[in-house]
Ligand binder design. Structure first.
Ligand SMILES: Nc1nc2c(ncn2[C@@H]2O[C@H](COP(=O)(O)OP(=O)(O)O)[C@@H](O)[C@H]2O)c(=O)[nH]1
Ligand SMILES: [Mg+2]
Length: 356
């Protein structure tokens, strides 16, 4: 009898234990935060969101361990589930060995290793595609960006922004980089109408919808805020701490500036006029042709009245030139329209939500 009782008791204990375990699992299961849900304090068991940190890297082996430790130190103060995706872009140093070492004791670190160097945009693009998080943070691998700033970026996202860019207000880079960069940021801001001070800061945070719609190629990573804003996402910036480069050297030489400006042309053209090239070319074509026509018409009237000989008026040639350029512009615009019409139509719009 006593034996049976003990058996029953131990069965009961087991059942209770299983129930407890199930409850524990349930509690720890990742859950999506609801809009009206109150933010809980740090270090509670239920993760509020899933954070993906994406780090494009090219020959930064010396930095990884320190970077990883710093990220961990910050991230453990946040109440989130996380993954760290490092894209080793065909590095020729021992990056991959160091990364594998880190990965060996933390499987939240994911490594994507490219066969050759494809560039930062390609690396970010793959990172964006693979990221599983609700919120995505990108940062440089060279310890110039400070992981301790991540919570400040997240605060902005929680305040409702779709994307937040860091602003390296006090920048620790050589003057040959900071001055052209200021100019570049000023021009980009004026031409695009986006009031940011630091378009190309490596440290940025996004809602997942933003990165899943981002199409990066070439070196367009410099213009992510422009692309995001163009799709209709809200973009803001926060001042972030910047550090001097500790190891290795910069991967972007002086060539970055002229490439950057050509890319700006691409961005301006493709965001505004891709679907209506005639509006750009046709407008300028008409202006040129009209000015040329007015000049020549005036000279022809003078010639008819016997006031001037056209051979004496070089302005006549300028008028002819303007008419030719104008007609060419209009023709280019029309050809552009034809290409746009025959091109396979890609999704050119971004839907926030569908309410049925
Ligand atoms: N994936 C990838 N990352 C790169 C490449 N070039 C630079 N990076 C990374 O981009 C970040 C910024 O590069 P860095 O050379 O420090 O540029 P700077 O800070 O503007 O001088 C660093 O994390 C680099 O490792 C590249 O070709 N591919
Ligand atoms: Mg750097």
């Amino acid at each position: 009898m006593d034996d049976q009782k003990t058996n029953n008791n131990s069965d009961l204990n087991k059942q209770t234990e299983v129930r407890h375990q199930q409850k524990f699992k349930q509690r720890h299961k990742y859950h999506k935060p609801q809009h009206n849900e109150k933010q809980t304090n740090i270090q509670v068991s239920k993760p509020e969101y899933f954070l993906s940190i994406i780090i494009p890297a090219y020959n930064e082996a010396e930095s990884f361990k320190e970077l990883y430790e710093k990220i961990k130190a910050t991230i453990t103060t946040l109440n989130c589930k996380y993954e760290i995706i490092i894209i080793d872009d065909g590095s020729t140093d021992n990056s991959i060995e160091v990364l594998k070492e880190i990965r060996a004791h933390d499987n939240r670190v994911k490594i994507i290793s490219f066969r050759r160097n494809y560039g930062k945009s390609a690396a970010l693009s793959v990172g964006f595609e693979k990221a599983k998080g609700d919120i995505i943070v990108t940062m440089d691998a060279d310890l110039q960006d400070d992981p301790a700033e991540i919570p400040n970026l997240l605060k902005e996202i929680k305040n409702g922004k779709d994307m937040v860019s860091g602003w390296k207000k006090k920048r620790f880079d050589p003057i040959t980089k900071t001055i052209p960069s200021k100019f570049f940021n000023f021009v980009t801001s004026k031409l695009t109408g986006i009031p940011l001070h630091d378009f190309n800061c490596g440290l940025k945070a996004y809602r997942k919808e933003v990165v899943k719609e981002m199409e990066l190629y070439g070196e367009l990573h410099r213009y992510i805020p422009v692309l995001a804003r163009w799709k209709g996402f809200t973009v803001s910036e926060v001042v972030v701490q910047h550090h001097p480069r500790k190891y290795g050297k910069t991967k972007f030489g002086i060539g970055r500036f002229w490439k950057g400006f050509l890319d700006l042309l691409t961005i301006l053209f493709t965001t505004r006029y891709l679907q209506r090239p005639l509006h750009l070319f046709g407008f300028w074509g008409l202006i040129f042709a009209l000015v040329g026509f007015i000049i020549d018409a005036y000279l022809v009237v003078e010639w008819c009245l016997g006031l001037t000989a056209l051979s004496q008026r070089p302005l006549f040639l300028a008028g002819v030139l303007l008419i030719i350029i104008g007609v060419q512009f209009i023709s280019i615009g029309l050809i552009g329209e034809m290409i746009t019409k025959t091109r396979e139509t890609r999704k050119e719009y971004s839907i926030k939500e569908i309410i049925k």
